[in-house]
Design a protein around this ligand. Structure first.
Ligand code: AMP
Ligand code: MG
Length: 444
């Protein structure tokens, strides 16, 4: 197929859910990156260089497509706010050759009705950063939005300094967020909420489209997806940095790469975002915050669960109360795999907990520690020289039958434990170089 296969099912929703909006035009755009692997998956492998530049700078709009900015709301650092795509424009939904629906969105192409005080622009370096980290997440096996193209706009963007402007083409299963539900619940009618829940179920969770209680089932499925997501983040030491409810995708993809980073030294209190003064979104607090965000999400569904409010609350609270145990089980299962434990027993929890405690005490690198165990090369970190670690290691080796039969264990460990992550100082170094027009470093 040599053509776009674009739809926009979002346009069938009540018109207050979005605003029609054209991207701004840029006089001198330049292609910096185009993700041709992703383009092939999307059925967009046929695009010429000129088309890539035209479409993904926003200079040209697809024939027959209507571009929109989506309305949403959200809790930012705990406070409720009306938001919306202030600098993102949805070009449409591309139906891939495998018949999968993907939102194609431009980020940084000008103001929309939801921009508030913002200029609707993005800096090239923030766009490159999102490109690097989202693609790294994808290849680490973590649900995420993806990056199709990076265009330098040729325009300057004014922040604390003057920067080059950029536009990112973001691809996702959808850009529907917990915050979109908050928008509908707070600013639209009960009928609108019903329409929206049905839309989300049909689009993302068709297995419950005909369920008796779609809202309640939806909640449970979303909760399970989010648990899986956070467990995956914690597997690789990822800190999202701004887990506001507007940054929580309804389909459980990592979305909105702002002040995110991969942890180096293991410490659950690690924070990268300079505005996160109280550690609300620290590495170890991510599960608690997801639980908190799920409470907000649950609240938006209450009118649709039962006509009796008390009953609604009771039903959804029963689901919510499962979170701690489900999370803990999911997290330990993941940690067991990181350690190659194939048939875990209750006592293995102590093995996991005590390793993390040692890593914390010895300031061991999170990625390198598990990589060393995976490669059976425990020489570098000072942790490995300690008596306490050697004692731990002996117990662990017993558990995976290290001496005789641990091939399977190491196979699982290899899958779970990355040897390389995009470390923040290297990402920053590459971005710094790219500001001077040197993009070589980014290819590594
Ligand atoms: P974020 O921090 O990316 O989650 O954005 C929070 C809100 O601010 C969203 O509604 C964004 O669309 C909006 N926003 C962020 N940056 C800008 C900008 N430069 N111009 C307009 N709106 C923005
Ligand atoms: Mg956001």
């Amino acid at each position: 197929n040599q053509n776009w296969n674009i739809e926009n099912s979002y346009l069938k929703l009540p018109s207050k859910f979005y605003s029609k909006q054209l991207p701004e035009k840029f006089i001198n755009p330049k292609k910096i990156y185009f993700n041709s692997n992703l383009a092939l998956d999307l059925g967009l492998g046929f695009l010429s260089e000129a088309e890539i530049l035209d479409y993904f700078s926003g200079n040209k709009i697809l024939k027959g497509a209507t571009s929109i900015a989506q309305a949403y709301a959200g809790h930012q650092f705990g406070r409720f706010t009306m938001l919306g795509d202030g600098r993102a424009i949805l070009l449409g939904e591309q139906i891939s050759p495998k018949n999968i629906r993907y939102d194609i969105q431009l980020k940084g192409c000008g103001r929309t009705p939801y921009s508030r005080q913002g200029d609707g622009k993005a800096t090239l370096s923030s766009v490159l950063r999102e490109y690097i980290i989202s693609e790294a997440m994808y290849y680490l096996g973590i649900p995420t939005t993806r990056s199709l193209a990076v265009i330098q706009t040729g325009e300057k963007v004014y922040r604390d300094q003057v920067y080059n402007g950029g536009v990112l083409t973001r691809v996702s299963s959808s850009h529907i967020r917990f915050g979109t539900f908050e928008f509908v619940r707070n600013f639209c009618s009960k009928d609108d909420l019903e329409i929206f829940i049905k839309y989300v179920a049909d689009r993302h969770y068709p297995q419950i489209s005909n369920a008796k209680n779609i809202a309640l089932e939806l909640f449970e499925l979303v909760m399970i997806k989010q648990i899986d997501l956070i467990v995956n983040w914690m597997r690789v030491g990822f800190i999202h940095g701004v887990m506001n409810t507007d940054n929580m995708s309804i389909y459980g993809e990592t979305i909105d790469y702002g002040p995110c980073a991969f942890m180096n030294t293991y410490n659950p209190n690690t924070v990268f975002s300079s505005i996160d003064k109280n550690g609300r979104y620290s590495f170890g607090n991510q599960p608690n915050i997801m639980h908190w965000n799920l409470v907000v999400f649950a609240n938006t569904l209450i009118p649709m669960i039962s006509n009796n409010k008390k009953k609604s609350i009771k039903l959804i609270r029963e689901k919510l109360n499962k979170f701690p145990l489900l999370f803990s089980n999911g997290w330990y299962d993941m940690m067991y795999k990181k350690l190659g434990i194939l048939k875990p027993i209750e006592k293995d929890k102590i093995l996991v907990d005590s390793l993390l405690e040692l890593m914390n005490n010895y300031k061991a690198d999170y990625t390198n520690t598990f990589a060393a165990l995976t490669l059976s090369d425990t020489s570098s970190e000072s942790l490995f020289k300690s008596h306490k670690f050697k004692k731990w290691q002996k117990e662990w080796k017993d558990r995976i039958n290290y001496s005789s039969d641990s091939i399977e264990s190491f196979k699982i460990m290899q899958k779970q434990n990355p040897l390389v992550i995009p470390r923040n100082h290297l990402v920053e170094l590459a971005l710094e170089k790219s500001i001077n027009g040197n993009f070589n470093q980014l290819d590594n």
